[in-house]
Ligand binder design. Structure first.
Ligand SMILES: NCc1ccc(-c2ccco2)nc1
Length: 334
């Protein structure tokens, strides 16, 4: 089996939203597919009403195929400080033409203010590894883990785009969606993430710099978070760019010229790595609050987290293969 679903960017490509249907008859929700976590949770009929502002909720009592997972609860918090928690139902979940008959659907009783304020997202679908699923007392499998054995190929791919809809495919690699070759590197899923190491980077037309970047491929993070020395190196090439503590990162004039940023993938023996190039204009993330002339950079430091995060800013410059069968990740230009 294989399937394909369109995914649509929010403002400034802050997140990408994909429609899933849950239950019988189907209830359609718009969810954020997040390779940086492993819980499928949704706003639900059980969510504290003051914490629901515009989201579509899943109501298991209206689904003839829903069954509560007795005694199961969950609580999760994310790197951006947001959080949610509740109880668990098993129900049919369909995405891109593929169905899992008994997927753990984690129904929120509570969500933090960040989720309440994001009226476009009705929940998250984690496509990380089940080892970090937060359901207790028994962890639950992700949608991909439940599908995997039945897929033609044990892969899913991310084809995110700047300011326009892209696609998540399951079970196949669409050879018309990228240019050149896909370069595959091993992943380390010990911490539950799609962990991999880039051999280095280049700023603009500058030379490649050999500096191992240990990170995760994370569709649920907006930006590209890298070691502070690399970030400083990039913004040295941006006129007037500076680190502003009260903005929480590097900012610059919204009309400034921005150099491309390229990161390496793989290491052909002695040869140079394949490069994924992020166009400079993608690095202009958005005007900072209250300004129309000061803009916030899409490349920022990973200082507080230790590992780097190849979030949407990096992913939307590439066609990415999350290969669960061979425990590897593949990157291609497009
Ligand atoms: N990296 C996981 C993740 C994804 C989305 C969100 C979020 C908060 C408010 C709206 O969305 N938080 C964390």
């Amino acid at each position: 089996a294989h399937g394909s679903a369109e995914t649509t960017p929010g403002p400034h490509d802050v997140e990408y939203l994909t429609t899933i249907s849950i239950g019988t008859p189907p209830q359609n929700l718009s969810i954020n597919i997040d390779t940086g976590s492993s819980d499928l949770w949704v706003f639900s009929a059980e969510t504290t009403s003051s914490e629901v502002k515009g989201q579509t909720v899943y109501d298991p009592s209206l689904s003839s195929t829903a069954a509560q997972l007795q005694g199961a609860t969950w609580q999760i918090s994310y790197g951006d400080g947001s959080s949610s928690g509740g109880d668990v139902y098993l129900d049919r979940v369909a995405l891109g033409g593929l169905t899992v008959a008994a997927q753990a659907v984690e129904c929120a009783r509570n969500v933090s203010g960040e989720f309440t304020a994001d009226g476009s997202s009705d929940g998250l679908m984690g496509l990380g590894f089940g080892v970090i699923n937060m359901v207790k007392p028994v962890r639950q499998k992700t949608f991909f883990e439940n599908l995997q054995a039945g897929l033609d190929e044990a892969v899913f791919t991310a084809d995110l785009k700047h300011g326009m809809p892209g696609r998540y495919n399951f079970g196949y690699v669409d050879s018309s969606a990228y240019t050149g070759d896909i370069t595959y590197v091993p992943i380390n899923s010990t911490d539950g993430y799609w962990g991999w190491t880039s051999p280095g980077y280049a700023v603009g037309s500058g030379a490649f710099k050999d500096e191992a970047i240990v990170g995760i491929a994370d569709t649920g993070t907006t930006l590209l978070l890298l070691p502070s020395d690399i970030v400083a190196d990039y913004y040295r090439q941006v006129d007037g760019a500076k680190y502003e503590r009260n903005q929480g990162g590097y900012v610059f004039g919204c009309d400034v010229a921005l150099p491309d940023f390229a990161f390496g993938v793989g290491h052909t023996a002695g040869g140079s790595p394949a490069m994924i190039k992020i166009p400079g204009k993608y690095v202009n993330y958005a005007p900072v609050g209250g300004s129309s002339t000061k803009c916030y950079g899409g490349i920022q430091s990973n200082d507080f987290i230790g590992a780097s995060i190849f979030g949407d800013l990096a992913l939307k410059a590439a066609f990415v293969v999350f290969d669960g069968g061979n425990m590897r990740i593949g990157w291609a230009s497009k």
